[in-house]
Design a protein around this ligand. Structure first.
Ligand SMILES: Nc1ncnc2c1ncn2[C@@H]1O[C@H](COP(=O)(O)OP(=O)(O)OP(=O)(O)O)[C@@H](O)[C@H]1O
Length: 287
């Protein structure tokens, strides 16, 4: 399989911090969207910053389009569109002027694509960016990221300030982006319902360690959460549970194969799980 991004055994520590990225490994096949989820401080931004070479990794390999990116590899850098939560453009500029600035920075800058994107996002290109709302600034950052015609989008909480209607429009744009089979997206978000809508793969990170990386459909349709009574729970093999959590009246057990589990343990109800529920069980449950 051919990958846009391939991360293997990435390690990173910060001075004066107990946090560490711990052998982080996952890959994004071309033409797909990877949802990167985890609680606050799990290491999502650190991983993305290491991919972008904004921070130096301690060890491991990060291949973008098959190559490791060094400081001078501007050709690779130009093929990555980035939107961070705190993306900032000079407030005195208008989008029209920003486009001129960007055309001097990016070889592939596509002004007419930018005009189409701003029109689609209903952004006034003659208004000063300082007068834009937070959501408008986010949409502008997306329009900019897309207009230098990247092959890989790295989006860190890029949809967090957007209302549900705009978010839906933006998700649509992401899906259109990956219609080109050379394009891929790595996106972190706490809005896991967005991931359920558009991601092809989900990677869970917890305290700097990858807990699971899996096809989204597999997580939704094949994984399951068995709702067990205490007596039923006692008869379940540990090998058949990924994690479990005791609730007031039942024990929730995360299982990898719903169908096989139901066949083996008849009488136990197994529900499909949402990404949030699966994450809570992986992070807060007993293994
Ligand atoms: N420059 C830094 N120096 C020291 N520690 C840092 C630095 N940047 C991040 N950290 C720490 O690394 C850990 C992971 O942070 P990171 O921003 O990667 O998490 P995250 O998963 O993106 O979180 P969130 O969902 O809150 O954005 C945190 O404990 C954070 O305090």
């Amino acid at each position: 399989m051919s990958y846009s991004l391939d991360i293997q055994n990435l390690n990173k520590t910060y001075p004066d911090s107990d946090f560490r990225l711990n052998n982080v490994s996952f890959s994004i096949p071309k033409g797909t969207i990877m949802g990167f989820v985890g609680e606050n401080g799990a290491g999502k931004s650190t991983t993305m910053n290491a991919v972008l070479n904004i921070i130096k990794k301690d060890s491991g390999t990060i291949k973008i389009f098959g190559r490791e990116m060094g400081d001078r590899d501007t050709d690779i850098r130009e093929q990555i569109g980035v939107v961070f939560d705190a993306s900032n453009f000079p407030e005195v500029l208008t989008p029209a002027k920003l486009s001129k600035v960007m055309s001097g920075i990016y070889k592939q800058w596509d002004h007419s694509f930018f005009l189409d994107a701003t029109a689609r996002f209903k952004l006034d290109t003659r208004k000063q960016i300082g007068k834009f709302s937070r959501g408008m600034k986010m949409k502008l950052a997306l329009a900019v990221a897309l207009s230098h015609r990247p092959k890989l989008l790295i989006l860190d909480e890029a949809t967090s300030g957007l209302d549900p209607i705009v978010r839906d429009e933006v998700l649509e744009v992401f899906l259109e982006f990956v219609e080109d089979e050379d394009h891929s997206i790595l996106m972190s978000s706490h809005i896991t319902t967005d991931m359920e809508k558009i991601a092809d793969y989900i990677t869970f990170i917890h305290q700097g360690t990858i807990l699971l990386t899996e096809k989204k459909d597999h997580l939704i349709y094949e994984y399951g959460i068995a709702r067990c009574k205490a007596e039923q729970f006692q008869h379940i093999d540990r090998a058949d549970m990924l994690a479990f959590k005791k609730r007031d009246y039942q024990i929730d057990v995360l299982v990898e194969n719903r169908g096989a589990f139901e066949r083996k343990y008849s009488g136990i109800v197994v529900d499909t799980g949402t990404i949030d529920e699966i994450m809570v069980l992986l992070v807060k449950g007993d293994q």
